[in-house]
Design a binder for this molecule. Structure first.
Ligand code: ASP
Length: 323
């Protein structure tokens, strides 16, 4: 029998509002014990333990809470007989925390994130099925060594690549990118893509002794965006991510400003699909780094973690190229 540990952090899955309605609710209201007691019966192959780590809307998550969560997972993975983890979390920033955990958590035990788009009090709330499915993804032998996973609406995604793609539909994450690994139905997992041993695919950042992560801001480019916004952010950051157009592009006035900055700048894109590999004329002084396949919100996490190790442009570029 597998022991699966649920770590609840809040989100819409624990949300409550007017009975039946899918909008106008507060996230992070129900206690994890109430969620567990509402689950359909489990079969004899799994047993659950659980804890309330936080109970917040995921927009109120902080990098400090992320650090605490990594510590907690490492303790439970190394010092207890837990076989796998399910983390309930708001969907708004699930693609950020799933990436963060995928490059910092060092365990072969499955770590599966899930949540819901509808609060527990709504008609056809999706939280319980997502939670139920996630328990069986975490308990599945094939999930071991798959790094961090997101299970949502019957689909199993890689935590590295998954991205939220709908503001209100229950199938709210993107399976068109390489993030879809397989499906779950009635306790059975169907894997079609796998990542192999996590360490070969992801850089692992050791957070032992780390209490604060370097500040990295994301700035958004749009037609005629004023370049003074760059100075404002650069004044308080160790690095910047530009959410550019197309393949991480922006205007000549931004190029001039960015090439004079003393801090590293990653060029990501507001376009959801594809990759960015080239620096070209955007990089007259070699301080920009292409985000490759990472969207801005994930590139910001990688730059922050990478800055714990180095400020060298070549090494930072290498980390991005191989992440
Ligand atoms: N605002 C909510 C949150 O991210 C949305 C959700 O969970 O779907 O916590």
């Amino acid at each position: 029998m597998k022991k699966i540990h649920i770590i609840a952090t809040g989100g819409t899955i624990a949300g409550l509002g007017e009975a039946g309605r899918t909008s106008d609710y507060n996230a992070g209201q129900l206690d994890v014990s109430e969620l567990i007691s509402a689950l359909p019966p489990l079969d004899g192959t799994v047993r659950l333990t659980f804890e309330q780590f936080s109970n917040v809307d995921s927009n109120d998550m902080t990098m400090g809470l992320w650090l605490g969560l990594v510590k907690r997972i490492h303790y439970l993975a190394n010092e207890t007989d837990v076989d796998g983890f399910v983390i309930t979390h708001g969907t708004d920033t699930m693609d950020e925390i799933s990436y963060f955990l995928s490059v910092t958590v060092q365990t072969d035990k499955p770590v599966v994130l899930t949540g819901s788009m509808r609060p527990a009090s709504s008609t056809s709330a999706d939280g319980l099925l997502n939670l139920y499915d996630s328990i069986y993804v975490a308990a599945n032998d094939a999930s071991r060594g798959q790094n961090v996973l997101v299970c949502f609406c019957g689909t199993i995604y890689s935590g590295r690549n998954v991205i939220k793609s709908s503001t209100f539909q229950v199938d709210a994450f993107d399976g068109r990118t390489p993030s879809c690994l397989g499906y779950i139905q009635d306790r059975r997992c169907f894997y079609y893509n796998t990542f192999g041993p996590s360490a070969t695919r992801h850089p692992q950042f050791d957070l032992d002794g780390v209490t604060v992560l370097p500040r990295v801001d994301v700035i958004y480019y749009y037609t005629d965006a004023p370049s003074d916004i760059i100075d404002i952010h650069a004044a308080s950051c160790r690095g910047l991510v530009v959410c550019g157009t197309g393949a991480g592009n922006y205007s000549q006035s931004w190029i001039n400003k960015i090439s004079a900055l003393p801090i590293p700048v990653v060029r990501a894109s507001r376009v959801m699909n594809g990759m960015i590999t080239k620096t070209g004329h955007f990089d007259p002084t070699s301080n920009t780094i292409p985000a490759y396949t990472l969207p801005p919100q994930k590139a910001r996490i990688l730059l922050s973690l990478a800055l714990l190790q180095t400020e060298d442009y070549g090494q930072l570029k290498d980390i991005f190229e191989h992440s």
